[in-house]
Design a protein around this ligand. Structure first.
Ligand SMILES: C[S@@+](CC[C@H](N)C(=O)[O-])C[C@H]1O[C@@H](n2cnc3c(N)ncnc32)[C@H](O)[C@@H]1O
Length: 332
């Protein structure tokens, strides 16, 4: 059994990102305690879990219990999969129902009694204990270092435009499409979504109506070592003309939200509708579209009107004057 600790900003979106990756790796979520997901899956799930954007870490779930006493008793009976030295680190989730102040020390001494050596400064293995409705302990296998994502935020890129999604959300949009081979972003801007997809080894296709964006996105992709791309100057409402006969496996995009500069003189809702129609025309049957729209546009109704089926939608308040929904659609 594995655990995945998801991030708390939009937990439902983070959980569905894990679900999408597990579907690619033939695994499944078997339980949830707030931000802790219990996951079943073999070796095949690891490369897919490694793609996650909205996760903190994953690991082996070794033991769970309903009280501290029971957790300690079970801990003593298990052969811990610890390599070298270890340290216990606890995560108190906001739904924690137990008194766990002394848990790291108690758990540490039970594991120590099995012959493992503690190293508090540079442990080889991190034992993670979680407190939610129940108590859990396991061994961390992978940590999603925030520095990796922070290092790709808009202002660190050679071509900078302050209109990009946070890289973690760009990554999640890509993953929610379940893309295995390729992805299209028809409003690519500086290429933030394409960067995240390219780093996963997907072939990336991008479109923007402004020449400086096409040049800038290419600069950014190359800076992060991405070489398998096709970028075109053109209109997101006429994708079938830009890519004749091509049907895409997946689309992830973040259209302009309505300042006149980014809308290139078009009426916003009209642009969204026409782009949805065009995306529907170039997406394969069964392919997914992950897209962000401001909250005053009914993306669900408009997407369904052009023939998409809604898989799920997630609300995000960005700041006082911007709240948006992320939608995941399937082309039926
Ligand atoms: C919000 S930005 C995309 C940001 C991007 N996701 C990123 O992370 O850098 C939207 C982009 O859509 C482009 N755009 C506006 N109208 C367009 C159209 N009709 N077709 C294609 N691109 C368009 C704008 O030039 C702008 O670069």
């Amino acid at each position: 059994m594995l655990y995945v600790e998801i991030l708390g900003n939009i937990p439902e979106m983070a959980r569905d990102e894990v679900k999408a990756m597990l579907e690619l790796g033939e695994g499944r979520i078997t339980g949830q305690d707030y931000l802790l997901l219990k996951v079943e899956g073999g070796e095949k799930v690891f490369p897919h879990l490694d793609r996650l954007g909205l996760a903190h870490e994953y690991g082996l779930l070794v033991v769970e219990a309903d009280s501290v006493g029971e957790l300690l008793k079970r801990t003593g009976k298990i052969d811990w999969p610890i390599e070298g030295t270890f340290k216990v680190d606890t995560e108190t989730m906001t739904n924690c129902k137990h008194e766990i102040l002394d848990l790291p020390r108690k758990l540490g001494s039970v594991i120590h009694a099995q012959g493992f050596k503690v190293d508090l400064s540079k442990p080889d293995t991190l034992v993670r204990a979680y407190c939610g409705e129940r108590l859990y302990a396991g061994v961390r296998l992978h940590f999603f270092d925030p520095k990796d994502f922070e290092g790709r935020k808009a202002h660190h890129r050679p071509f900078f435009r302050p209109i990009s999604l946070h890289p973690r959300f760009s990554r999640a949009l890509v993953n929610l499409t379940k893309a295995r081979k390729e992805i299209l972003d028809p409003f690519m801007g500086a290429g933030g979504i394409l960067m995240e997809a390219g780093l996963l080894g997907l072939k990336v296709y991008g479109v923007d109506i402004k020449p400086e964006m096409v040049e800038g996105a290419e600069m950014n992709l190359r800076h992060y070592g991405i070489r398998d791309y096709v970028l075109k100057l053109g209109d997101a409402t006429r994708l079938e003309e830009l890519f004749p006969r091509k049907k895409f496996e997946a689309i992830a995009t973040d259209p302009p939200y309505g300042t006149s500069a980014t809308l290139a003189g078009r009426r916003r809702d009209e642009l969204y509708r026409k782009a949805l129609e065009s995306m529907h025309r170039v997406l394969k049957h069964g392919g997914r579209l992950a897209i962000a729209f401001p909250a005053d546009f009914d993306g669900e109704a408009e997407g369904e009107a052009v023939g998409f089926r809604l898989v799920n939608k997630y609300y995000q308040r960005v700041h006082k004057s911007l709240d948006r929904w992320f939608y995941v659609f399937e082309r039926v």
